[in-house]
Design a protein around this ligand. Structure first.
Ligand SMILES: [Zn+2]
Length: 339
């Protein structure tokens, strides 16, 4: 089974760049930045950068992001981190990935918005040539920031649309920061032709899912677990053909669900909801697509056919233009035929 999983052609749609930095690269760059790492070995550091055993909440989970952000303030570092993530994903036979990041978080030491986006795009371009992996970027607005900041992101990101950037997202802790706060920015993004995905119903309420679809124009929902609590929300997701970007291991770590038994992925699939499976953060969650699929097989009784269905959903869920989507579909289907 593991061998088949390894060989499957895969798609990753929900992956945060800052949560997916190689630990050894982070360690090396922290030393370069003059961070006091004297008493910390690489092995110890890996445990600090990842959720290895237990984590009690989304807030605790998000604390892991302080290390990567310290080293993502230089162009060459951002490009390298992007390139290395794509190298790692290509080794797991990931054919296409949408990498997401919040440009403003890379601008604490003087980088401009354009420099921060261009650095990611350069890493993507170089990886495409070297590892034959396709990718696009999703620009992330942060919930706790003002709507003006989100509008600024939408405006400044516009020139990269179709040139490596395909969408905007809204991320961060949900409690206290409802989707409607950012409506003006997402109306603008919609007008400008961005695709839209929104984190909603991760550890927050199901109302956030409805609002993200109806007020923020979301075509995809990050996580969406809380939908299981409302038949109306399930209906809405189904009727509007909204894709869910689920990330099982991360969802268990942030206590979005108490245990795998409560994880609603089967119920969603049985209700014809378009589910995709992703990693969220390969380093912070200490995961990979192979591990996510393995968990579904070992823990929830999924078959390889179920996994292939998830991958096919992911093809449809990509924010690729029609022709590129058809091209990706051919690549994936050709490989599936040979397995
Ligand atoms: Zn996420």
């Amino acid at each position: 089974m593991k061998d088949i999983l390894k060989k499957l052609p895969k798609i990753e749609l929900h992956c945060h760049l800052d949560g997916s930095v190689r630990p050894e690269t982070m360690y090396e760059l922290l030393l370069e930045e003059g961070e006091d790492m004297e008493d910390i070995s690489l092995e110890q550091f890996e445990k600090m950068a990842k959720v290895v055993d237990e984590c009690n909440s989304l807030v605790e989970y998000l604390e892991r992001f302080s290390y990567p952000l310290k080293v993502m303030q230089r162009k060459e570092n951002i490009e390298r981190i992007t390139y290395e993530l794509l190298e790692d994903l290509s080794k797991q036979n990931v054919k296409y990935v949408e990498i997401r990041f919040a440009p403003f978080l890379f601008m604490e030491k003087g980088l401009s918005f354009d420099e921060s986006v261009e650095s990611v795009l350069k890493g993507m371009e170089r990886a495409k040539g070297d590892f034959n992996i396709l990718s696009n970027a999703i620009l992330v607005c942060m919930r706790h920031e003002s709507v003006e900041k989100s509008i600024e992101l939408v405006e400044k990101g516009e020139k990269f649309l179709g040139k490596g950037v395909v969408a905007v997202d809204l991320a961060g802790a949900e409690e206290g920061f409802p989707p409607e706060n950012h409506k003006e920015a997402f109306d603008l993004a919609y007008k400008k032709g961005y695709n839209i995905t929104v984190h909603a119903g991760e550890t927050g309420r199901y109302e956030n899912i409805t609002k993200s679809i109806e007020l923020l124009h979301a075509e995809r929902i990050g996580h969406g677990i809380a939908a299981i609590k409302s038949p109306e929300v399930m209906e809405l997701i189904k009727n509007k053909n909204i894709f869910l970007e689920m990330c099982p291991i991360s969802n268990l770590q942030t206590k979005a669900v108490e245990s795998l038994d409560e994880y609603p992925i089967k119920e969603f699939l049985d209700n014809d909801i378009l589910v995709t499976v992703n990693t969220d953060n390969t380093t912070v969650s200490n995961t990979s697509l192979d591990k996510e699929y393995e968990l579904l097989i070992d823990g929830l009784g999924f078959s390889i056919e179920d996994i292939i269905k998830l991958i096919k959903n992911s093809i449809e869920a990509t924010f690729l233009p029609k022709e590129e989507k058809a091209h990706l579909k051919r690549i994936i289907e050709n490989e599936l035929k040979n397995i």
